[in-house]
Design a protein around this ligand. Structure first.
Ligand SMILES: [Zn+2]
Length: 297
């Protein structure tokens, strides 16, 4: 379940045994231990198991680092702060209230994600005293490396990307899309903001990145992944504009992507019949179409 991806940086398949290979967390085992995107409520026991396996004492975990408050990324923080006595949850100032009171977030997750929300399970509230808001470009010294917090809105208004400075590892989370089996898909659920998302990616592309550590799913050599994510957003937006102009809907956009986007085609073939996989593509199509329509009115 736990795999070393760089010195002191470990990958955890958070939903292993439930739905393997869709949600990653990263344990940074420096003097102060941090966990990037601890994952959905359903996976909190796997995080504890991973800490056990790495022989990391619970009180050494100082930070649960939420890239954003979507339930697949930080839905288990409420469970984990009960188990990890010293841990604070790091989050964008705009996201904090949804960790403290996840009720509205849960209702909207159910409506956007449908049965996928049930797979992730319902978050528990995080006590306000355990929440730590981070400003843009704030640096957190972990003792052995420094975590740079970069606000990266677009996917959501409260998205933060993190960069481990000496290790040169970027945790872009959904700001760089979803990368599985070498396919890269935009993560653009409603309410998506394209202009902000592109600006965020431009900011991340200025960093010297050795590895891109995705939440969905796993760490990859940088190559040109961020540029690829950028180009793909531009391309999807163009297709969405054309579909809207022609009076089309999500199924028309899906058909066009099946013809024009190798990654969508590959994913659809690989996961034939899987509602979870297709659901992920569709929710992003909805978001992009919604953005285009909002722009036009
Ligand atoms: Zn998200």
């Amino acid at each position: 379940m736990v795999e070393e991806v760089a010195e002191k940086v470990y990958h955890v398949d958070v939903l292993e045994g439930i739905e393997n290979g869709i949600v990653s967390a990263y344990i940074l085992d420096f003097d102060d231990v941090a966990i990037i995107d601890p994952g959905p409520a359903a996976g909190y026991k796997n995080i504890l198991k991973a800490l056990d396996e790495l022989e990391i004492e619970k009180r050494r975990v100082k930070y649960l680092v939420a890239t954003h408050i979507h339930i697949d990324h930080s839905g288990n923080c409420g469970h984990l702060v009960k188990e990890l006595p010293e841990a604070k949850v790091i989050v964008h100032p705009k996201g904090a209230k949804h960790l403290i009171d996840p009720e509205r977030l849960w209702v909207s997750s159910k409506s956007v994600l449908g049965p996928i929300a049930d797979l992730y399970e319902k978050p528990l509230p995080v006590p306000e005293s355990r929440v730590m808001k981070v400003e843009d470009m704030e640096r957190i010294d972990l003792g052995g490396d420094v975590l740079l917090c970069m606000h990266a809105p677009g996917h959501t208004a409260h998205h933060v990307a993190y960069y481990l400075e000496s290790s040169k590892i970027l945790f872009p989370s959904d700001a760089a899309g979803v990368y599985t089996h070498k396919t890269l898909l935009p993560a653009t659920p409603p309410p998506f903001e394209l202009d902000q998302a592109l600006k965020s990616l431009e900011k991340l592309m200025e960093l010297d990145v050795k590895f891109v550590a995705f939440t969905h799913f796993g760490a990859a050599e940088n190559g040109k992944l961020l540029k690829r994510a950028y180009d793909k957003l531009v391309r999807w937006a163009k297709i969405a504009e054309e579909v809207v102009k022609e009076g089309g809907d999500h199924s028309d956009m899906f058909k066009r992507l099946m013809n024009e986007d190798e990654d969508v085609k590959g994913l659809a073939e690989k996961y034939q019949g899987s509602d979870t996989a297709l659901g992920h593509v569709l929710v992003n199509i909805f978001g992009m179409l919604d953005y285009v329509r909002r722009k036009q009115t």
